[in-house]
Design a binder for this molecule. Structure first.
Ligand code: ADP
Ligand code: NI
Length: 195
């Protein structure tokens, strides 16, 4: 199978799996991450095909979205074999998507994996990041803010979102992160003043 056909097959596969996802990992998240990863990859001289593949697939085995991570990984591997990706490509992709999530506290070993990790984190900050946090919080029944309980979405900014900037690997993503980080800080100030 040619690279373009493989990418088309991957996009179709992902679309089928994510068509009803509404907690902030929807198809548009994957589209944005793929676009950002592509942009970063061009600047950083990384392999565009592998970056794009990892970007589309990066949430396919997320424990928050699938019942069994191992089983999801196995199913994904079989799919990648069926579209004739090479063993080394499959290994790289699976290692990357196993380590990308913030909650894992890990760093993918390939440059392409690092770039998708950067792109995924960029999509968790800035205006989109703010919207996703409240969408996720709402879907999980959380308070947007609470003066006594720490289980609220504003707290999530301090627990995670404001820390993401310092975990970015590439220079290209760092400069985007600076701007988005600043925007979130302004949002928090405004939120507190209105509260
Ligand atoms: P990752 O896949 O990197 O571990 P998550 O799946 O935890 O990231 O997060 C996906 C989106 O949901 C992000 O935009 C994140 O900010 C948001 N999110 C995750 N946990 C919370 C939370 N406890 N409160 C609000 N938003 C959250
Ligand atoms: Ni993601």
């Amino acid at each position: 199978m040619k690279a373009q056909e493989q990418l088309t097959a991957i996009r179709e596969y992902v679309k089928k799996s994510f068509s009803n996802e509404r907690t902030g990992h929807d198809l548009y998240h994957l589209q944005r991450v793929t676009r950002l990863a592509n942009k970063i990859a061009k600047q950083e001289g990384a392999n565009l095909f592998r970056c794009e593949t990892i970007a589309w697939l990066h949430d396919m085995t997320d424990h928050k979205l699938v019942g069994d991570e191992q089983e999801a990984s196995h199913t994904l591997k079989n799919f990648l074999i069926s579209i004739e990706l090479s063993t080394s490509e499959i290994e790289e992709i699976l290692e990357a998507i196993r380590t990308i999530s913030y909650s894992k506290g890990e760093t993918p070993s390939s440059l392409e994996g690092k770039i998708v990790q950067d792109a995924d984190r960029l999509d968790a900050i800035g205006a989109i990041g703010i919207a996703r946090a409240f969408t996720y919080g709402g879907a999980r029944g959380k308070f947007m803010y609470h003066e006594q309980l720490s289980d609220n979405t504003i707290q999530h900014f301090y627990d995670k979102l404001l820390k993401l900037k310092s975990t970015i690997h590439t220079a290209t993503a760092k400069s985007i992160a600076e701007e988005r980080h600043h925007y979130m800080e302004q949002f928090l100030e405004q939120f507190k003043s209105e509260w």
